[in-house]
Design a protein around this ligand. Structure first.
Ligand SMILES: Cc1cc2nc3c(=O)[nH]c(=O)nc-3n(C[C@H](O)[C@H](O)[C@H](O)COP(=O)(O)OP(=O)(O)OC[C@H]3O[C@@H](n4cnc5c(N)ncnc54)[C@H](O)[C@@H]3O)c2cc1C
Length: 366
C-alpha cells in the first residue's frame, strides 16, 4: 500500500504508476479489486473554516468524525447526513470526507436538502496522468464553466483522486421530532410518507420499517416550529394508522441512515433507488429476506441470500447497487447498475479524457 503525504507526492505516484491503482481513503468500504492500493488518508486536515460564510475547505483524507467535531464546536453540521456503513459492511477504519464525495453519500435528509454533491463547492484533484486540477470555488456563485465539481461527486475515484474539497455547511438544528405511524403495510406507508412529503411542514426524513410496520417522518428546526409542525403532521396522518410524536430521535435516524437493522445478519445487501410509487411492486419482485425503506419509499435496502442477482428479479425502472457481497458476487454481478448506452458512452469518454491509461480504480464502474 502506498500512502501519500502531499498532493505533489500523489501526482508523482500517479504520473509514474506502472499499473492500475486502487484509490482509498479510510478503506472502510473494504473493496478488493485490481490494482496497487493508494491511500490518501495522509492528506488530512482543515485548510480553512469560515463559520460565518458556512464554508469549510478540507484535505480529502480528513476523517468525517474530525469534521463533525470541528463543525459541532461552532454549532454547525454536514446537512447531507453521510452514512457510516462500517457496521453494515463489518469493516473498520475512519471514513474520509473525500470518499464521502467520491461515493456521493447522503442519508435520509436527501429528500429535503439534496445529496453530498449539492453541498460541494469546489474540488482539487489529481487526474489519471498526474495533473493537478482545480475546479469550482468556495462559494456557490463562483462555480462556472465545465462542472468538474459535480462530475467528481459519485465518480468513485475513477476520474481522479480528490485532494481537497470545499463544502457548504449548515447551522445545527435546534430541535427535532418524529411522527410515527404504526400498523401500516407498505402500500399505506408509501401513501403516508407521500402525504407528509407533499405537506407544507418541511419534512426532512420519511422512512418505513416493514418488520415493525412503522412509518416515521421527521421535522427539524426551531423548537416552536418543530412542535407546531409535528402536531399538524399528527393530524394530517391520523387516518393512516396509529399516530404518535417522539422527540430526541436522532439515534433512530442514524439507524435508518446506516441500515443497522442488517448489520451482522447473513446475506448480501443491495441498495435500490426508484420512484416511490414503484416501491410496492419492487418489494414484491425482490422476494428479499428483509427490507428497509427510506426517502419516502424511493430508496430500498434489501437483504437477500448470498449470490442472488437482484437486478434480474426487478422489472421496475431504477438502479440496484450491490453494497455488501462476496468478491465473487461483486465480480459476477458488478456493484453498480449498468448504465444506459448513451450515458455509458459519455462516462467512457470522460474516463478517456481524465484517465486515458485506465489506471484509476479500473473495472469498478464498468
Ligand atoms: C458499493 C458501495 C457503494 C456505496 N455507495 C454509497 C452511497 O451511495 N451512499 C452512501 O451513503 N454510502 C455509500 N457507500 C459507503 C461509503 O463508501 C462510505 O460511507 C464512505 O465513503 C467510506 O469512506 P472511506 O474513506 O472509508 O472510503 P474508502 O473505502 O476508502 O473508499 C470508498 C470509495 O471512494 C473512493 N475514494 C476514496 N477516497 C477518494 C479520494 N480522495 N478521491 C477519489 N476517490 C476516493 C475509493 O476509490 C472507493 O471507490 C457505499 C459503499 C459501497 C460498498
Amino acid at each position: 500500500m502506498s500512502m501519500v503525504a502531499t498532493e505533489a507526492d500523489l501526482a508523482e505516484q500517479i504520473k509514474t504508476a506502472q499499473g492500475p491503482l486502487r484509490v482509498q481513503g479510510g478503506g472502510t468500504r473494504g473493496l478488493s479489486g485490481v490494482g496497487e492500493p493508494l491511500s490518501v488518508s495522509g492528506l488530512s486536515g482543515v485548510e480553512l473554516y469560515e463559520p460565518g460564510a458556512l464554508t469549510l475547505v478540507v484535505k480529502a483524507g480528513t476523517p468525517v468524525v474530525q469534521i463533525r467535531e470541528v463543525l459541532a464546536a461552532e454549532n454547525q453540521r454536514l446537512a447531507f447526513e453521510p452514512a457510516d456503513l462500517r457496521g453494515l459492511l463489518g469493516t473498520q477504519g475512519a471514513p474520509t470526507i473525500g470518499a464521502v464525495f467520491a461515493t456521493n453519500s447522503s442519508g435520509p435528509r436527501r429528500i429535503q436538502c439534496g445529496a453530498a454533491r449539492d453541498h460541494l463547492l469546489g474540488v482539487r484533484f489529481v487526474d489519471g496522468q498526474g495533473q493537478v486540477i482545480k475546479n469550482g470555488g468556495r462559494v456557490m456563485k463562483n462555480v462556472t464553466g465545465y462542472d468538474l465539481v459535480k462530475l467528481m461527486a459519485g465518480a468513485h475515484g475513477t476520474l481522479g483522486v480528490l485532494t481537497e474539497v470545499s463544502l457548504k455547511v449548515l447551522p445545527q438544528t435546534e430541535a427535532e421530532a418524529s411522527v410515527l405511524v404504526s400498523g401500516v403495510d407498505l402500500a399505506s406507508a408509501v401513501q403516508t410518507m407521500s402525504a407528509a412529503l407533499g405537506s407544507p411542514f418541511d419534512v426532512t426524513g420519511a422512512a418505513y420499517d416493514p418488520e415493525a410496520q412503522v412509518a416515521r417522518v421527521r421535522v427539524e428546526g426551531f423548537a416552536d416550529s418543530v412542535s407546531y409542525r409535528a402536531v399538524q403532521l399528527q393530524k394530517l396522518l391520523a387516518g393512516f394508522g396509529e399516530v404518535a410524536v417522539e422527540e430526541e430521535t436522532s439515534a433512530d435516524w442514524a439507524d435508518v441512515r446506516d441500515v443497522t437493522a442488517f448489520a451482522g445478519r447473513a446475506g448480501d445487501v443491495w441498495r435500490v433507488s426508484m420512484k416511490p410509487t414503484d416501491a410496492v411492486a419492487a418489494a414484491e419482485q425482490m422476494q428479499a429476506d428483509a427490507l428497509q425503506f427510506d426517502w419516502g419509499g424511493g430508496l430500498i435496502w434489501a437483504l437477500v441470500p448470498e449470490g442472488t442477482d437482484l437486478r434480474a428479479r426487478l422489472s421496475v425502472p431504477g438502479g440496484a447497487t450491490l453494497i455488501r457481497g462476496s468478491g465473487e458476487t461483486r465480480e459476477r454481478l458488478g456493484m453498480f447498475p449498468p448504465e444506459p448506452a448513451p450515458l455509458a458512452a459519455i462516462s467512457a469518454g470522460l474516463r478517456q479524457k481524465f484517465d486515458p491509461r485506465g489506471i484509476l480504480n479500473p473495472g469498478l464502474m464498468g
